[in-house]
Design a protein. Structure first.
Length: 221
């Protein structure tokens, strides 16, 4: 499973891209609002950080034709390449827009997915990625992890090229469980990415190494 950063906070992204093997960034209007900057400012900053890694950008238009124009506008304005993915919600207009955007040579990430069937329809519509929301399902007494597993199983069973980008996490355990379900990717906020890579026993082990190494590592480098 690969990791993406679910944030538009430039300082958080700089920290993550310094050490964490993130393969891209995902955004949506809520994330942009948290960053406190308009798209005209945030997009160049994100592109500079992401470079050739994936950049998933949420479209906010409601009609298929407008989604297409919006996706094309971002690609043209910022000279985006194959690492650019237009995020399209799984509404009726979204499903209509997906093959249109694909025909325009732009990658598609189907988003706001809560059921296995929504993901399967999006895959049939040509989506490159489908993004089921794990924690939001768990919050309404559904089973987000199970839904992710069902989506992965269906895609494999029917030989589809679409991949699963699990989203919406509140715990490290949720990330662990979607990885065990075979999700190809997960987009995760800064706090949880920091938590999943660390452990207090790791910190203690490093302290022990440093103490035990005193005076023994005498080779210059």
């Amino acid at each position: 499973m690969i990791y993406l950063a679910d944030t538009a906070d430039v300082e958080e992204l700089k920290k993550l891209f310094y050490y964490f093997p993130v393969e891209g960034v995902t955004t949506n209007p809520t994330i942009i609002a948290l960053a406190g900057k308009p798209m005209s400012i945030i997009m160049p900053e994100l592109i500079e950080i992401v470079q050739d890694k994936m950049l998933h950008v949420q479209m906010i238009s409601n009609k298929a034709d407008d989604m297409l124009r919006e996706a094309i506008a971002y690609k043209a304005k910022y000279s985006l390449g194959d690492n650019y993915y237009a995020k399209i919600p799984v509404t009726a207009e979204g499903y209509k827009a997906m093959p249109m955007i694909k025909d325009a040579g732009i990658n598609v990430t189907a988003t706001a997915i809560f059921t296995q069937q929504q993901a399967l329809v999006a895959a049939r519509a040509g989506a490159d990625w489908v993004a089921p929301y794990v924690n939001r399902l768990d919050n309404i007494s559904s089973h987000g992890i199970e839904v992710v597993g069902n989506i992965v199983e269906n895609i494999e069973r029917f030989g589809l090229k679409t991949k699963v980008l699990a989203a919406s996490f509140k715990t490290v355990d949720q990330v662990h469980r979607v990885s065990m379900m075979g999700s190809q990717a997960a987009t995760i906020n800064f706090e949880i990415l920091e938590r999943l890579r660390s452990h207090p026993m790791t910190d203690m082990s490093v302290e022990w190494f440093e103490k035990d190494a005193g005076g023994l590592y005498d080779i210059d480098f």
